[in-house]
Design a protein around this ligand. Structure first.
Ligand SMILES: [Zn+2]
Length: 499
């Protein structure tokens, strides 16, 4: 019987992870990847906890899951009455966290539904788990509270480690274990703070104990151990509270926790806090999103000023995106506008008045080619991620992406965040994949790991996955040298230029 252990170190960016590995401070992980492999994975946008777990636990992107962010508003149902319409607004950061499982698109399957002998520890996504397969649920609430108020995150990781040992002995086929301390200390002290490094080294010790335990059980060869993350992080020097920014322009704005704005003209839903969705006229339910040109009209936000022009002039804003009537996505920055659209198995990018994604001109390529060309760019995989956002009907009219160093929440972020994530910035999007089995060359999307884990477990993947079969690990596979060229493309080719 094969087993799979998915260990997720929340908030572990690729740069810090690789630097610690190179410095020799993670000896257990180093010996695991020497036998297996390591790679860079691009997470999902918005690069924030819960949302960015979905690709790993469902094989589907946040847009496909219809969970486009940690806060959203249902434009078709919200009518401007904060109490009567409260069920049409979400924040998974508070008491509504338990609604996430029911909010997931009904045809999406979690790994817990597909692999009944699963155990998950400290998971915000729990669809398909009975209480006994989510044994740390109460500990997560308890230690989560301690972490928030006492700024002490290590007890959570210790609890996860204890439960992981028990799950290993229980023979569970799939084990998901989330370690929250790295993310907690990152927000508090910065992404490379000593407390962050200490927390990571303690995870290394947990990996050592897990590998040793699997060795004693004679299960090492049949166990796939993956250490991944949901997002990285970067230091934040300036908070620009986007809701206050709108209010300062005379726009009545609702945003968590101030949902009782009278006759709101805008709703601002922040994630991570490096990105936000803005909904125009949330007091009037409607089924379609407004395009960039429609959002520019004075009646969109009830402001005489061109709000979009003001937004892209802000130093804090890297880019904004909105959906056109025909399904294309219009991306704008201070440099101008460009258009993105799906074309068969690929994506087409066409600069109009500028090149906000920095591609250098029009380009059409498969999803895999986009990933390989942009995984190390300033905004890795931005085309795929922005198109995905607008697959969800719950996404706002406007998606706003912060520039590195800035975030969009000040007043209600207590304690203050000194580092953050949530945007498309490289440091937020790049995460490590450390594996006990050899990996193919090239970058991954985190969503590609899902079909790989199912294959290892011998479970048939559901047909409509976003994850590609980039990696197909099998027990007893002959080790592939990392220097050896590996064919990576699994998608049909596409013309190399926009027609
Ligand atoms: Zn975080």
């Amino acid at each position: 019987m094969t087993r799979c252990f998915l260990l997720l170190v929340d908030g572990l960016g690729r740069d810090l992870a690789e630097a610690e590995l190179a410095a020799g401070t993670l000896p257990n992980i180093a010996s695991m990847v020497a036998r297996g492999g390591r790679a860079c994975a691009i997470t999902a946008f918005p690069s924030t906890t819960s949302v960015a777990y979905l690709p790993l636990l469902t094989g589907c992107t946040p847009g496909r899951c219809d969970i486009p962010s940690i806060r959203w508003l249902d434009r078709t149902r919200y009518g401007g009455h904060w109490w009567r319409d409260r069920a049409a607004v979400r924040s998974y950061c508070g008491y509504q966290a338990r609604l996430l499982d029911a909010d997931l698109a009904p045809d999406v399957r979690t790994v817990f539904e597909l692999v009944p002998k699963s155990v998950a520890l400290f998971t915000p996504v729990a669809r398909g788990l009975s209480a006994d397969r989510d044994p740390a649920r109460l500990a997560r609430q308890l230690w989560g509270g301690v972490a928030h108020f006492a700024r002490w995150h290590q007890p959570s990781d210790r609890s996860v480690a204890r439960h992981l040992a028990a799950a290993t002995e229980s023979g569970a086929r799939f084990v998901f274990a989330q370690f929250p301390a790295v993310d907690g200390y990152t927000h508090q002290d910065g992404p490379t703070a000593p407390a962050v490094r200490r927390a990571l080294r303690k995870v290394d010790a947990v990996v050592g104990r897990l590998i040793a335990r699997l060795g004693v059980r004679d299960e090492l060869d049949r166990s796939l151990v993956l250490l991944v993350s949901d997002h990285g992080a970067a230091a934040v020097h300036t908070h620009v509270d986007l809701a206050d920014w709108c209010r300062a322009r005379g726009i009545p704005t609702l945003a968590h926790p101030l949902l009782w704005a009278r006759a709101p003209r805008a709703a601002v839903m922040v994630a991570g806090n490096g990105s936000a969705m803005i909904y125009a006229r949330p007091d009037k339910p409607r089924s379609v999103r407004w395009s960039l040109d429609r959002l520019r009209r004075p009646d969109a936000f009830g402001s005489r000023e061109d709000l979009l022009a003001a937004l892209v002039r802000e130093a804090a804003v890297a880019l904004v995106a909105a959906e056109e009537e025909d399904g294309a996505v219009r991306v704008a920055s201070w440099e101008g506008e460009a258009e993105l659209r799906r074309r068969g198995p690929g994506m087409a990018y066409r600069p109009l008045t500028g090149d906000p994604l920095g591609i250098g001109g029009p380009w059409m390529a498969t999803d895999r080619e986009w990933l390989e060309a942009t995984w190390d760019a300033e905004y890795p995989d931005a085309a795929y991620q922005l198109l995905d956002q607008f697959r969800s009907p719950r996404t706002g009219d406007l998606v706003v992406v912060a520039r590195a160093g800035y975030d969009f929440r000040r007043r209600w972020e207590i304690p203050e965040h000194h580092a953050g994530h949530g945007s498309l910035a490289r440091a937020h999007m790049q995460t490590p994949v450390w594996s006990s089995e050899p990996l193919p060359g090239g970058p991954f999307r985190t969503v590609d790991l899902f079909p790989a884990m199912l294959r290892w477990l011998g479970v048939e993947p559901p047909c409509a996955l976003d994850g590609s079969a980039h990696w197909q690990p099998e027990p007893g596979q002959v080790a592939v040298s990392r220097e050896e060229p590996v064919s990576v493309s699994t998608e049909p080719g596409a013309p190399s230029s926009v027609g």
